[in-house]
Design a protein around this ligand. Structure first.
Ligand code: FPP
Length: 243
Protein backbone atom coordinates (compact mmCIF):
# COMPACT_ATOMS: atom_id res chain seq x y z
CA UNK A 1 0.00 0.00 0.00
CA UNK A 2 1.56 3.27 -1.03
CA UNK A 3 -1.34 5.68 -1.40
CA UNK A 4 -2.15 8.66 0.73
CA UNK A 5 -2.92 8.79 4.43
CA UNK A 6 -5.91 11.04 5.11
CA UNK A 7 -7.29 11.92 8.53
CA UNK A 8 -10.85 13.20 8.95
CA UNK A 9 -12.31 15.15 11.85
CA UNK A 10 -16.01 14.50 11.33
CA UNK A 11 -17.82 17.52 12.70
CA UNK A 12 -21.26 19.04 12.33
CA UNK A 13 -23.61 16.14 13.04
CA UNK A 14 -25.41 18.13 15.75
CA UNK A 15 -25.81 21.19 13.51
CA UNK A 16 -27.06 19.03 10.66
CA UNK A 17 -29.68 17.52 12.97
CA UNK A 18 -30.77 20.93 14.23
CA UNK A 19 -31.08 22.31 10.70
CA UNK A 20 -33.34 19.36 9.84
CA UNK A 21 -35.40 19.74 13.03
CA UNK A 22 -34.26 16.37 14.36
CA UNK A 23 -32.67 15.24 17.65
CA UNK A 24 -28.84 15.25 17.77
CA UNK A 25 -28.47 11.50 17.47
CA UNK A 26 -30.17 11.59 14.06
CA UNK A 27 -27.21 13.67 12.93
CA UNK A 28 -24.84 10.93 14.08
CA UNK A 29 -26.99 8.34 12.33
CA UNK A 30 -26.83 10.36 9.11
CA UNK A 31 -23.07 10.69 9.70
CA UNK A 32 -22.70 6.92 9.42
CA UNK A 33 -23.93 7.14 5.79
CA UNK A 34 -21.07 9.54 5.12
CA UNK A 35 -18.58 7.18 6.78
CA UNK A 36 -19.80 4.34 4.54
CA UNK A 37 -19.60 6.44 1.37
CA UNK A 38 -16.10 7.74 2.15
CA UNK A 39 -14.81 4.26 2.99
CA UNK A 40 -16.25 2.92 -0.27
CA UNK A 41 -14.85 5.75 -2.36
CA UNK A 42 -11.44 6.35 -0.77
CA UNK A 43 -9.34 3.58 -2.42
CA UNK A 44 -10.25 4.67 -5.95
CA UNK A 45 -9.19 8.21 -5.05
CA UNK A 46 -5.70 7.03 -4.12
CA UNK A 47 -6.18 6.83 -0.36
CA UNK A 48 -4.65 3.75 1.27
CA UNK A 49 -4.93 4.81 4.93
CA UNK A 50 -7.89 6.63 6.44
CA UNK A 51 -7.98 7.74 10.08
CA UNK A 52 -11.44 8.85 11.21
CA UNK A 53 -12.12 10.67 14.49
CA UNK A 54 -15.21 8.77 15.65
CA UNK A 55 -15.10 9.49 19.37
CA UNK A 56 -12.67 11.79 21.15
CA UNK A 57 -11.76 11.33 24.79
CA UNK A 58 -13.43 14.71 25.35
CA UNK A 59 -16.71 13.29 24.01
CA UNK A 60 -17.27 11.52 27.37
CA UNK A 61 -18.42 14.94 28.58
CA UNK A 62 -21.55 14.65 26.40
CA UNK A 63 -24.92 13.59 27.87
CA UNK A 64 -24.97 9.90 28.70
CA UNK A 65 -27.75 9.18 26.19
CA UNK A 66 -25.76 10.67 23.32
CA UNK A 67 -22.63 8.74 24.32
CA UNK A 68 -24.48 5.43 24.42
CA UNK A 69 -26.08 6.11 21.04
CA UNK A 70 -22.67 6.84 19.54
CA UNK A 71 -21.33 3.50 20.79
CA UNK A 72 -24.49 1.78 19.61
CA UNK A 73 -23.90 3.24 16.13
CA UNK A 74 -20.31 2.07 16.22
CA UNK A 75 -21.37 -1.42 17.23
CA UNK A 76 -24.00 -1.58 14.48
CA UNK A 77 -21.53 -0.23 11.92
CA UNK A 78 -19.05 -2.97 12.80
CA UNK A 79 -21.72 -5.66 12.74
CA UNK A 80 -23.56 -4.62 9.57
CA UNK A 81 -20.65 -3.48 7.43
CA UNK A 82 -18.24 -6.31 8.25
CA UNK A 83 -19.00 -8.47 5.21
CA UNK A 84 -18.74 -5.54 2.81
CA UNK A 85 -15.53 -4.32 4.44
CA UNK A 86 -13.96 -7.75 3.91
CA UNK A 87 -15.20 -7.87 0.32
CA UNK A 88 -13.74 -4.43 -0.41
CA UNK A 89 -10.34 -5.24 1.09
CA UNK A 90 -10.72 -2.82 4.00
CA UNK A 91 -8.66 -3.57 7.11
CA UNK A 92 -10.09 -2.00 10.26
CA UNK A 93 -7.97 -1.04 13.26
CA UNK A 94 -8.61 1.10 16.31
CA UNK A 95 -6.52 3.91 17.75
CA UNK A 96 -7.07 5.28 21.23
CA UNK A 97 -7.86 3.84 24.63
CA UNK A 98 -9.57 0.48 24.85
CA UNK A 99 -10.28 0.26 28.55
CA UNK A 100 -13.32 2.56 28.61
CA UNK A 101 -15.12 1.41 25.44
CA UNK A 102 -18.42 -0.28 26.39
CA UNK A 103 -18.00 -4.07 26.27
CA UNK A 104 -20.61 -4.79 23.57
CA UNK A 105 -19.13 -2.20 21.20
CA UNK A 106 -15.61 -3.41 21.93
CA UNK A 107 -16.54 -7.01 21.17
CA UNK A 108 -17.99 -6.10 17.73
CA UNK A 109 -15.03 -3.86 17.04
CA UNK A 110 -12.54 -6.60 17.92
CA UNK A 111 -14.43 -9.10 15.76
CA UNK A 112 -14.26 -6.66 12.86
CA UNK A 113 -10.56 -6.01 13.42
CA UNK A 114 -9.90 -9.77 13.36
CA UNK A 115 -12.18 -10.53 10.42
CA UNK A 116 -10.76 -7.74 8.23
CA UNK A 117 -7.08 -8.33 9.07
CA UNK A 118 -6.35 -9.53 5.53
CA UNK A 119 -7.61 -6.31 3.86
CA UNK A 120 -5.04 -4.72 1.54
CA UNK A 121 -6.84 -1.92 -0.33
CA UNK A 122 -7.51 0.42 2.57
CA UNK A 123 -6.54 0.59 6.22
CA UNK A 124 -9.43 2.19 8.12
CA UNK A 125 -8.20 3.41 11.49
CA UNK A 126 -11.08 4.31 13.77
CA UNK A 127 -10.02 6.81 16.43
CA UNK A 128 -12.23 5.86 19.37
CA UNK A 129 -11.73 7.25 22.86
CA UNK A 130 -8.81 8.94 21.20
CA UNK A 131 -6.70 11.82 22.51
CA UNK A 132 -3.41 12.73 20.86
CA UNK A 133 -2.01 14.01 24.16
CA UNK A 134 -2.92 10.71 25.80
CA UNK A 135 -1.22 8.82 22.94
CA UNK A 136 1.95 10.88 23.32
CA UNK A 137 1.89 10.22 27.08
CA UNK A 138 1.45 6.48 26.47
CA UNK A 139 4.42 6.46 24.06
CA UNK A 140 6.54 8.29 26.64
CA UNK A 141 5.57 5.65 29.23
CA UNK A 142 6.65 2.84 26.89
CA UNK A 143 9.99 4.53 26.32
CA UNK A 144 10.42 5.05 30.08
CA UNK A 145 9.91 1.30 30.57
CA UNK A 146 12.64 0.58 28.02
CA UNK A 147 14.97 2.92 29.88
CA UNK A 148 14.08 1.43 33.26
CA UNK A 149 14.80 -2.08 32.02
CA UNK A 150 18.17 -0.98 30.63
CA UNK A 151 17.17 -1.59 26.99
CA UNK A 152 17.48 2.06 26.01
CA UNK A 153 19.88 4.79 27.06
CA UNK A 154 18.19 8.14 27.85
CA UNK A 155 20.57 9.99 25.54
CA UNK A 156 19.65 7.62 22.70
CA UNK A 157 16.07 8.92 22.72
CA UNK A 158 15.48 10.96 19.58
CA UNK A 159 12.40 12.21 17.73
CA UNK A 160 12.68 8.98 15.69
CA UNK A 161 12.39 6.88 18.87
CA UNK A 162 9.16 8.64 19.75
CA UNK A 163 7.97 8.51 16.16
CA UNK A 164 8.47 4.74 15.95
CA UNK A 165 6.59 4.34 19.21
CA UNK A 166 3.77 6.65 18.09
CA UNK A 167 3.20 5.51 14.54
CA UNK A 168 3.92 1.81 14.69
CA UNK A 169 4.75 1.72 10.99
CA UNK A 170 1.65 3.63 9.85
CA UNK A 171 2.65 6.08 7.09
CA UNK A 172 2.85 9.81 7.77
CA UNK A 173 -0.43 11.77 7.60
CA UNK A 174 -0.60 13.64 4.30
CA UNK A 175 -3.86 15.50 4.72
CA UNK A 176 -6.29 16.27 7.55
CA UNK A 177 -9.83 17.27 6.64
CA UNK A 178 -12.17 18.90 9.13
CA UNK A 179 -15.81 19.46 8.24
CA UNK A 180 -18.35 21.99 9.53
CA UNK A 181 -16.20 25.11 9.49
CA UNK A 182 -14.16 24.87 12.69
CA UNK A 183 -10.42 25.36 12.10
CA UNK A 184 -8.65 23.46 14.87
CA UNK A 185 -7.24 20.00 15.52
CA UNK A 186 -9.03 19.27 18.81
CA UNK A 187 -6.40 16.82 20.10
CA UNK A 188 -6.36 14.80 16.86
CA UNK A 189 -3.04 13.33 15.64
CA UNK A 190 -0.91 16.16 17.08
CA UNK A 191 2.37 14.29 16.55
CA UNK A 192 1.46 12.75 13.20
CA UNK A 193 0.16 16.08 11.85
CA UNK A 194 3.65 17.66 11.84
CA UNK A 195 3.75 18.02 8.04
CA UNK A 196 0.15 17.27 7.14
CA UNK A 197 -1.77 19.67 4.94
CA UNK A 198 -4.92 20.96 6.62
CA UNK A 199 -8.19 21.30 4.74
CA UNK A 200 -11.27 22.90 6.24
CA UNK A 201 -14.70 22.81 4.65
CA UNK A 202 -18.00 24.31 5.81
CA UNK A 203 -19.85 21.15 4.71
CA UNK A 204 -21.47 19.39 7.68
CA UNK A 205 -20.30 15.80 8.10
CA UNK A 206 -23.65 14.15 7.21
CA UNK A 207 -23.56 16.01 3.86
CA UNK A 208 -19.93 15.05 3.07
CA UNK A 209 -19.56 12.52 0.25
CA UNK A 210 -16.77 11.04 -1.86
CA UNK A 211 -17.05 13.94 -4.34
CA UNK A 212 -16.12 16.27 -1.48
CA UNK A 213 -13.18 14.03 -0.61
CA UNK A 214 -12.12 14.16 -4.27
CA UNK A 215 -12.24 17.97 -4.11
CA UNK A 216 -10.09 18.02 -0.97
CA UNK A 217 -7.58 15.69 -2.63
CA UNK A 218 -7.35 17.81 -5.75
CA UNK A 219 -6.72 20.90 -3.60
CA UNK A 220 -4.02 18.87 -1.80
CA UNK A 221 -2.48 18.03 -5.18
CA UNK A 222 -2.12 21.74 -5.95
CA UNK A 223 -0.31 22.52 -2.72
CA UNK A 224 3.46 22.51 -2.59
CA UNK A 225 4.88 20.40 0.21
CA UNK A 226 8.45 21.19 1.10
CA UNK A 227 8.79 19.60 4.54
CA UNK A 228 10.83 22.62 5.67
CA UNK A 229 13.21 22.38 2.74
CA UNK A 230 13.11 24.19 -0.58
CA UNK A 231 11.52 23.19 -3.83
CA UNK A 232 14.58 22.86 -6.06
CA UNK A 233 12.39 23.15 -9.12
CA UNK A 234 11.33 26.68 -8.19
CA UNK A 235 13.90 29.27 -9.25
CA UNK A 236 12.49 32.04 -7.04
CA UNK A 237 12.64 29.88 -3.93
CA UNK A 238 16.16 28.74 -4.82
CA UNK A 239 17.25 32.34 -5.11
CA UNK A 240 15.81 33.17 -1.71
CA UNK A 241 17.47 30.11 -0.16
CA UNK A 242 20.85 31.01 -1.65
CA UNK A 243 20.94 34.41 0.10
C1 FPP B 1 -19.16 15.54 15.62
O1 FPP B 1 -20.42 16.15 15.47
C2 FPP B 1 -19.21 14.11 15.44
C3 FPP B 1 -19.01 13.17 16.42
C4 FPP B 1 -18.70 13.57 17.79
C5 FPP B 1 -19.11 11.74 16.20
C6 FPP B 1 -18.80 11.19 14.84
C7 FPP B 1 -19.46 9.89 14.74
C8 FPP B 1 -20.11 9.38 13.67
C9 FPP B 1 -20.12 10.01 12.36
C10 FPP B 1 -20.90 8.11 13.79
C11 FPP B 1 -20.18 6.89 14.26
C12 FPP B 1 -18.92 6.60 13.56
C13 FPP B 1 -18.60 5.43 12.96
C14 FPP B 1 -17.21 5.21 12.48
C15 FPP B 1 -19.56 4.34 12.74
P1 FPP B 1 -20.97 17.07 16.63
O2 FPP B 1 -21.96 16.28 17.39
O3 FPP B 1 -19.85 17.63 17.43
O4 FPP B 1 -21.66 18.19 15.79
P2 FPP B 1 -21.93 19.70 16.24
O5 FPP B 1 -20.59 20.34 16.47
O6 FPP B 1 -22.65 20.29 15.06
O7 FPP B 1 -22.79 19.65 17.47
Amino acid sequence: MSGMHVGIIMDGNGRWARSHGRPRWRGHLAGVDSVRDIVRGAPDLGVSTLTMYAFSSDNWKRPRGEVSRLFWLLREFCRRERAELIENGVRVTQVGRRDRIPASALAELDDTVRATAGGRRLQLRLAIDYSARWAIGAAAQEIAHLVASGDLRPDAITPETLNDQMTNGVPELDLIIRTAGEQRLSDFMLWEAAYAELYFTPILWPDFRREDLALALSEFGRRERRFGGVDTGDAAVQKLAAR
